[in-house]
Design a protein around this ligand. Structure first.
Ligand SMILES: Cc1cc2nc3c(=O)[nH]c(=O)nc-3n(C[C@H](O)[C@H](O)[C@H](O)COP(=O)(O)OP(=O)(O)OC[C@H]3O[C@@H](n4cnc5c(N)ncnc54)[C@H](O)[C@@H]3O)c2cc1C
Length: 369
């Protein structure tokens, strides 16, 4: 039995799970409002999911990274890995605003506790009792691997974007890249420089956009995802509905044929992939750039899911439980959206009854509103 098992859970007003863009934004607004809280994160250091992104994803390749509230990210070298740039930025942010993140703390379950409070459980046995929860656990921890007939017979290597080590690992290999998003395109452009051959397969023909992606287009994309979430369906990522940016590198990839796309294969064979019409491609590696799902399994005891498989939200608030806010989920799953959602969640939490404000960590450098 560990030390925590016999202790009462620590009482706190709000628990924030996750210290990525969404969680830090929530923590900033909680501190600003003087609401006591704890931020729990199971990753080893600051940076949210950015700390795990591959070294060749330089800061210059990141598009539309929005600053956290109250502190700009300025003067970053576009050639440095985004994992380093954003990791350092988040660390400086936590320091500047005195946001004390408890890490590594792996939250395993959130349940209904006593007296209308929530009980947050962690892998170490440590527990918290809270009046409200901001869940900001992102998607990185739940890579999505589709299943295809024959998958287990493949003699080569299969990996997902979440484990992409950078292009050098593919030198001389024949690589099939699966998926129609930005990650697939970035992988192909890099890998094709060193691989023996690359093949790109997607379920739907990719949509490239060469017009400027302005605010109106951004709002329209978010509205599409918002509508799904309102209907209780699993959200698509905002990034997935914005189309693929047609920049110089992508144009070059289209011209050279690297970004010539084939329809999705029908089966996996020991030596590669095959289509129903009898064609096949030999491969040493299948790289699944097939996206991620919301990492919300720890919320299962609260039964928030609708029959459609998603969690219905009104703004950031779960329709089935007003104590729960999901930020960085669905329509707010972008750096811009996560930022706004943190503030929106805190505004709603302030309206919840039985407010307790004791124990709020001091927020350096920002006046409480
Ligand atoms: C490859 C890739 C590239 C992207 N590029 C861009 C871009 O260029 N511009 C853009 O706007 N958006 C981009 N996005 C989307 C962007 O990353 C997200 O919208 C945003 O950064 C996510 O922030 P977040 O706080 O919601 O999640 P995360 O950054 O994933 O943070 C979640 C945190 O929760 C923690 N956590 C998860 N589960 C638990 C648990 N059970 N217990 C404790 N802690 C937990 C994790 O350790 C992590 O630190 C990209 C996404 C991907 C996958």
């Amino acid at each position: 039995m560990n030390d925590f098992a016999e202790r009462d859970p620590a009482e706190v007003d709000v628990v924030v799970i996750g210290a990525g863009q969404a969680g830090l934004s929530g923590a900033y607004h909680l501190a600003r409002a003087g609401i006591g809280h704890v931020v729990l994160d199971h990753s080893p250091g600051p940076g949210g999911a950015w700390q795990f992104r591959w070294p060749s994803l330089t800061y210059g390749k990141v598009h539309g990274m929005h600053a956290l509230p109250g502190m700009e990210l300025t003067g970053a070298d576009p050639l440095r890995p985004s994992s380093e740039v954003i990791g350092e930025y988040f660390a400086a942010y936590e320091e500047r605003f005195g946001l004390r993140v408890r890490r590594p703390v792996d939250v395993t379950a959130v349940r209904d506790g006593s007296d209308g409070r929530l009980l947050v459980e962690s892998a170490s046995g440590e527990r918290w009792s809270a009046r409200a929860l901001i869940n900001a656990t992102g998607t990185w921890d739940r890579p999505f691997w589709p299943r295809y007939p024959g998958q287990s017979t493949f003699r080569g290597r299969q990996l997902h974007t979440a484990g992409y080590p950078g292009p050098a690992a593919f030198a001389g290999a024949r690589v099939v890249v699966v998926g129609g998003g930005t990650s697939a395109v970035q992988h192909l452009l890099e890998i094709s420089e060193v691989a023996a051959a690359t093949t790109w397969v997607t379920r739907r023909p990719p949509v490239f956009r060469d017009s400027r992606f302005g605010e109106a287009e951004g709002r329209a994309a978010v509205a599409l995802v918002e509508e799904r979430v309102r209907r209780g369906l699993p959200p698509q990522s905002v990034v997935s509905v914005t189309g693929l940016a047609l920049n110089d590198a992508v144009r070059a990839g289209l011209d050279s044929g690297v970004l010539e796309r084939r329809p999705m294969f029908d089966r996996i064979i020991p030596t590669g992939v095959g289509w129903a019409d009898g064609r096949s491609v030999e491969a040493d590696v299948i790289l699944w750039a097939t996206g991620f799902r919301a990492a919300v399994d720890h919320l299962a005891p609260l039964r928030l899911r609708e029959p459609g498989g998603g969690i219905r939200l009104e703004g950031t608030r779960a329709v089935r439980d007003e104590r729960i806010h999901l930020v960085g989920y669905g329509p707010s799953a972008s750096t811009t959206g996560a930022n706004r959602a943190g503030g929106a969640a805190v505004r709603e939490i302030r309206r919840l009854p039985a407010r307790e404000t004791s124990g709020a960590p001091a927020l350096a450098g920002v006046a409480a509103s």
